[in-house]
Design a protein around this ligand. Structure first.
Ligand code: CP
Length: 332
């Protein structure tokens, strides 16, 4: 694997390898070994053309915990405001010594352009592009699910574990969600059965071709599917106004029909976990009661994101370089 651009590019074996490597990374973080020498002397550039809290900071933390140098680039306050192109921006940063580029961009496909244009010659990691893909979010969600599927409380998952038989219900604004696209692809690759629940106005054209069941009634989906996990999606109002479409149904109606409130929380199976990629619209797609409940893994997902991003940086930037990162060093 040269780049990480889409969850669709990951085979079952590749996905399990990343999740197993992330478990090894998490183990080192729980011990006194906070920092591994794996990427010493290498530079990771975080190229963010769109706002982010979790993804940007966790990629930075992951790179630093592998001893890489990190250059953080934000489009705001840069020469992008003077009209500088993606090509010129990327080549400028590579001239400063980038060994890997993490990119978030509002345009779907921007990471592909960067990876396959020949502009730069280093691994590209997609940190979210438009409404298209967010592969490391799907990986950290799968990592969290894998931990909770076999043990209550989210203990480390045994190596080689997939998600065969897991039932995952993803609810909300599927239309604008790169998280939903990446999760449907990765979770089904890992053997999970995915149900999407949304109003028809927030489903994309071509949804029939997705490897997921589509439903419109959240209460029926909870009662009949008895999910192991329910993943609430953020309602992306910023993407709705730019497309000229209003927010339909109304926020009040949306919460009443598709929000995870206390009653729906209590209707879930006892073992089911509550997930959300963040940032949340509390009171819209998820109530405070659900977000802060003991079965919520929302904060755990954020912590797991660092281990998962350490794993992908390790596999892409030090992959095959035994001198840089022997596996035993990580598992020690
Ligand atoms: N989940 C996620 O991508 O969050 P950020 O936008 O804060 O990175």
């Amino acid at each position: 694997m040269r780049h990480l651009l889409s969850a669709a590019d990951l085979s079952l074996e590749a996905a399990v390898e990343i999740l197993d490597t992330a478990e090894a990374m998490a183990t080192t973080q729980q011990r006194t070994i906070k920092k591994l020498p794996t990427l010493r002397g290498r530079t990771v550039v975080n190229l963010f053309f769109e706002d982010s809290t979790r993804t940007r900071i966790s990629f930075e933390a992951a790179a630093k915990r592998l001893s890489a140098d990190v250059i953080n680039f934000s489009a705001k306050g840069s020469s992008v405001s003077k009209g500088e192109s993606l090509k010129d921006t990327a080549q400028t940063l590579q001239a400063m010594g980038a060994d890997g580029v993490v990119i978030r961009h509002p345009a779907s496909g921007a990471p592909y352009r960067l990876a396959h244009s020949g502009w730069i010659g280093v691994p590209v990691l997609n940190a979210g592009d438009g409404t298209h893909q967010h592969p490391t979010q799907a990986l950290l969600d799968a990592f969290t699910l894998r931990r909770h599927l076999h043990t209550a409380g989210g203990a480390p998952a045994p190596a080689g574990t997939d998600l065969a038989g897991a039932r995952v219900t993803i609810v909300g604004d599927v239309l604008h969600s790169r998280v939903a696209r990446s999760n449907v692809e990765l979770l089904t690759t890992l053997g999970a059965r995915v149900t999407l629940v949304a109003p028809p106005t927030l489903l994309p054209v071509g949804i029939d071709g997705w490897p997921a069941t589509v439903r419109y009634d959240l209460d029926a989906a909870i009662a009949e599917d008895t999910p192991d996990a329910i993943m609430m999606l953020r309602v992306q109002r910023e993407r709705m106004s730019s497309g000229g479409g209003g927010f339909f149904p109304s926020p009040l109606e949306y919460h009443r029909r598709f929000g995870l409130d206390g009653a729906r929380l209590r209707a879930l199976p006892d073992h089911a976990i509550v997930m959300h990629p963040g940032p949340m619209n509390r009171g819209l797609e998820i109530s405070a009661e659900a977000a802060d409940s003991p079965r919520s893994t929302i904060i755990e997902q954020v912590a797991n994101g660092v281990s998962v991003r350490m794993a992908v940086l390790y596999l892409l930037l030090a992959g095959g370089d035994a001198a840089a990162a022997p596996a035993a060093e990580i598992r020690a």
